[in-house]
Every structure is written in C-alpha cells, then in structure tokens.
Design a protein. Structure first.
Length: 359
C-alpha cells in the first residue's frame, strides 16, 4: 500500500544526500515523498524538483549567549508551529528525520499527530538533533556502529543498515576503474571550509612532487573565489588539472583517481570506500562532537585510509605521505583490498527489512 512520507533534513551534504537517495528509493517503490529542509538544502534539491519541498528557517540551541539562546528558542518554536501546519496540510503516514537542527521541528511535531518517526544517523556518533528525538522515535537506522553506546531502551530501536548512497555508486563495477598507470591522479574533495584550506596547502605540495620528477594530475574542488588562482598556479607550473566548484559525477572522478584527499564527512568517505578509492582523510578540526575525526578513525582502523591532522605540520606530513604512496603502489593495493570488505551493498534491502512494519 502506498504511503506518504515526509523527509526532514539539514542542508549539508552529509544529511541531504542520504535523504534524497532514500526518497528516490521509496518513490521508485510507488510511495509519495516530500522533503522539508532549509535554504542550504534548497540549493541541493534544485535538481530533484519532482519532489515537493518545504523550507524551514530554524536555529541551533547550542549558542552560549543567553540572548542568542532566547532568540534561537523563539525561532525553533515558530518552526515547530509551521511544522504542525505542514503536517495538517499534508497528512503524511511517516516522518523520516535525517539529522541537522533543521530536522528537529517537524520530527518533534510528529508527536502531536502520533506519526511514526524514523531516524537515520550517518555518522559514527549520534547527532544532537537525533539524540533529542531518539526517545520517541520508532526506529533508528545506522550507517555504522556507534562509537558510544546508547541507553538500552533506545539501543533496542537501532538497526545497522549501512551508508545510504546513490544506487549508481552502490552498483558501480569496480573493475571499470580508469586509473592512469603513467600519471598519478589525485582527487581533492572538501566542503566550503575544506576547499578553502586545501586551496592553500595542496598546490605547493603538488608542485614540489612534480619538481621531483613525478608525473602528476590534480582534480581539485574549490570555492568560487579560488578557481582562477588555482587554475593560474597549476597551468603556470604545467600541471594537468581539473578545478571545479561542484561535480555530481563522483563515480567518474573517483574511479579515475589513484588517491583522494578529503575532509571526513560520512557520505564522502563512504562513497570513496565504495568506489575503491584510497584516501587521505584530514578531519575538520572543529566539527560538532568531533564527528569528522571519528569517521576518519573508523576507516583508518579498518585499513581503508590514512589520517593526517590539520595542524602546523600538516603540509609537511601530507607531502611525505603522498610521496611514500606514489613510491610504493602496494600501499594503494592494500587499502583497496581492505575497502572491498567494508562496503554496504545491501543498504536498501536492509532498510526495507527494518521498516517492513511501517512501509
């Protein structure tokens, strides 16, 4: 029987991409799906216009200033009222919360209508919004086993399903990797803060490696105001390059790269593991609850990546590590072999099984 499902998610890639992927899955199965997100999320869903959407303006309650906390509380209460209006209008059967403080109001409002709330946690540590909502949720779907145990009452609701990635990535045939054996290709990925930092430290490292006689190619994500400078630098130094602000063909980028350098968001790292792309993770130092470091540590412990901290010695450490990897191709082969054992090909089947009582 067809259901109407509302997905509620924060506007960062780590929240909204899994939501859009699962929306596509349930839409293919004949269910009606719509999304509630913020202005950031709206930019991501412009290519998914077939899905009805609502935009909420809300705030985090983690501000330290008493005045800011009061204002945040007022904005959150208004968002909850707006969420109640949305639920009355749409009359959904189920609510999905994907984390981020924007997901809180409509997930919380589901209580007033006695709607089943399903949560999804993409990180190795449960996010604050999901943590607050977990007590009255019906199910909590996990991408990975959590670093910190939940109370027994809540832990009973959890199901380890895997990372909700695009089905094209999950079904990608890794034997079709187009990695160049003559030119060593490096893919650099990062959100806005990652792109800014990588734009400063990566170019001199690549130049130094080229000067040592290695043939190297760089594919680097950047901010709009960095693009001209990066293009000029690489072109002047005769370094083959592709500089981009956003590219949704992660399969093509990853499968043609020998190595990736990336921030450690849950979705990006999972995508690299699925495409068997060895990566060096540089966690964002000030990520909430240090979740980026924990994501990186998770894959490092499984032998799927290397981790370099962002500190005063990060440039030298990164240069030395890249050089070691280029010199010893067995390092990449070992990582690729470990990645083969750590992908979640059955995520959508796992989700269908976990939710058979609701959908």
């Amino acid at each position: 029987m067809s259901k109407k499902i509302i997905f509620s998610t924060g506007g960062t890639g780590g929240h909204i991409f899994p939501a859009l992927n699962l929306m596509n899955h349930f839409s293919e199965k004949g269910h009606e799906v719509l999304i509630v997100t913020d202005k950031k999320g709206k930019a991501f869903i412009k290519d998914s216009s077939e899905f009805k959407s609502y935009i909420l303006n809300t705030e985090t309650f983690t501000n330290t200033s008493i005045v800011k906390k009061f204002l945040s509380l007022f904005i959150i209460l208004f968002a909850i009222i707006k969420s109640i209006i949305i639920l009355r209008k749409e009359r959904p059967d189920i609510i999905f919360g994907f984390g981020g403080y924007v997901s809180f109001p409509i997930s919380f409002a589901s209580r007033f209508f006695k709607l089943p709330l399903i949560l999804y946690e993409n990180n190795i540590i449960i996010g604050r919004a999901n943590k607050y909502l977990s007590s009255f949720s019906k199910k909590i779907l996990l991408a990975k086993s959590l670093k910190k145990e939940l109370p027994e009452k809540i832990n009973k609701k959890t199901n380890l399903v895997g990372s909700i990635l695009n089905k094209k990535i999950i079904s990608f045939d890794n034997s079709k990797n187009q990695k160049n054996k003559i030119i060593f290709s490096i893919l650099v990925l990062g959100g806005s803060q990652g792109a800014e930092f990588f734009g400063k430290i990566i170019p001199p490292i690549i130049k130094k490696i080229k000067e040592l006689g290695y043939k190297i190619e760089i594919k680097q994500q950047c901010l709009a105001n960095q693009k001209a400078t990066l293009l000029d630098f690489y072109n002047k130094n005769d370094i083959k390059n592709y500089i981009f602000e956003f590219d949704n063909d992660i399969i093509k980028l990853a499968s043609s790269s020998n190595l990736a350098i990336t921030r450690c968001g849950a979705s990006t790292t999972a995508e690299l593991v699925h495409t068997l792309t060895p990566f060096i993770g540089i966690p964002l130092p000030n990520s909430i609850d240090n979740h980026q470091y924990l994501n990186a540590e998770y894959y490092e412990n499984k032998g799927c990546c290397w981790v370099v901290g962002q500190d005063s010695s990060s440039t030298e450490n990164l240069f030395n590590l890249i050089l070691e990897i280029i010199k010893d191709e067995n390092k990449l082969k070992n990582i690729e072999n470990n990645m083969k054992n750590n992908s979640s090909k059955n995520v959508y089947g796992n989700i269908d099984n976990a939710l058979e009582d609701f959908i």
